[in-house]
Design a protein around this ligand. Sequence first.
Ligand code: XUL
Length: 593
Amino acid sequence: MSRPDASPLYLGLDLSTQQLKARSTAAIVVDSHLETVAQAKVDFDGDFGAKYAVHKGVHARASTGEVYAPVALWMDSLDLVLARLAAAMEPLPMGRIAGVGGAGQQHGSVFWSARAEELLAALDPRRPLAEQLAGALAHEWSPNWQDQSTQRECDAFDAALGGRERLAAVTGSGAHHRFTGTQIMRLRRVLPDMYARTVRISLVSSWLASALMGAIAPLDVADVCGMNLWDMPNQRYSDELLALAAGGGKDDAEALRAKLGEPRIDGGGSMGTISPYFVSRYGFSAGCQVVPFTGDNPATVLALPLRPLDAIVSLGTSTTFLMNTPAYRPDGAYHFFNHPTTAGHYMFMLCYKNGGLARERVRDALPAPKEQGGTGWETFNKAVFDTPPLGMSRPNGHDRAKMGLYFPLRETVPNLRPGTWRFTCRSDGSDLRQTNDGEGWPAETDARIITESQALSMRLRSQNLVHPPRTGLPAQPRRIYLVGGGSVNPAIARVVGDVLGGADGVYKLDVGGSACALGGAYKALWALERKDGETFDELIAGRWKEEGSVERVDEGFRGGTYQRYGSVLGAFEEMEKRLLAEEHEEGHGAGRT
Ligand code: XUL
């Protein structure tokens, strides 16, 4: 009789609002060879919409800009996703799961009461979490990353150290509505009793780890950087910023430091074993380890062996550009976080508001083909392929390069009001001019220009982080991985390759439902199986099978074309500067996202 397989399995959980379509909790179990053996999912609206009256997993209050989620919904989701997972694992026992890792939406926070530790430690496996942990919360809501209620606090944060760029130099980001420091500062102002009752504050990632451990888990090394409170160059909380969020005084700052607790600097290893609640209720083994959980974006860079010089472009409703880099070059328009696993490395992130939605608007404005009722992506893609780079039919003649900004929503990168602007310049980037309304170009040209301009913005902001991948090549990423809804679009893949290059090509990353849950599972594997000094990338690269995980969708770097875009990069930056200056003069530059 053959002995049952007892080799270890690793579970990754994701609690976020940004999964491809669903706002959900996802669970993925992998084996030591990175093969997925089981998956389960809970949909916040579909499974709990009636009980919690949430829309896309949250409540929104238009009058204040607040967006927040009921923490009890996450407790119910955790119970349900594990029940579904245990069923999906059959006939494999949950007891083979050696480690749990995972991800939570960034910036969101949970405010614990004085009874938290006691209630977490005494969970009764016969009753659901939500029934037992209500008293563990000082605030039943968690501010969500889509919240916009903290303008006043953002202004204070940006001013605190002598300007937004200085704040970015210290914390890796300028002030943002969603960042936890500004959220804590506001909640202290509007709910002072709640703040006073709060004994500990978790981020969503450490909240999830806490629930699983039955004890409050430390904040994670990458996620702690999404608060505007962590001093990146010195790798400690900023005393000034703690004091600002906490109410001014030194004692207030110390009280907030105690509520947050010191983060765990090692992204690997174990934080402790899983709580007996999950052992009795779902069949986990008592020795199952909980590893540090991280933010959903940091977890995404762990869904594959992402080397320095590789980039991920996530093409959803919004666009996110992620890189693993040893360089720290902060700027008020983007983000640097500590890398979730590799000390001395950073995760660079650009977060655009206007991505897929803006492209859809351009698509819908295209003349509809006669045989169809409306315009689809085929029409958009044909227009992209039929239009030459920068819309220049005769690049060496008198044709001018075309570029534009298409922002249905107020953008963060750069911080510019909604609008559509079209510009042209000479092929060497000189003589930049705005086209007047009505004398622009045909709608078909917009399809190419919006796609290029979105990529040009990413190239502009990442240019100082890349170097030549091989002698003889210009500085550029080595590989570019596309994820999200837009990653299946061949025209976007082509333009990404044209503009951003990618010496080893452009790839579509196919990680199933949740890149973050997968990243969490890989992180658990690395955290528990790493040898002395073995990095995440080394361990995962050794076991990763490209086949089935990625598909090459474009050759990437094309000599000549790549340089042509390089020639107009300065003009692109100048276009943004002019529009920012215009907005400043008109005096409506107050918004921020
Ligand atoms: C990143 C951000 C979002 C959330 C989504 O700064 O706010 O991507 O992490 O869950």
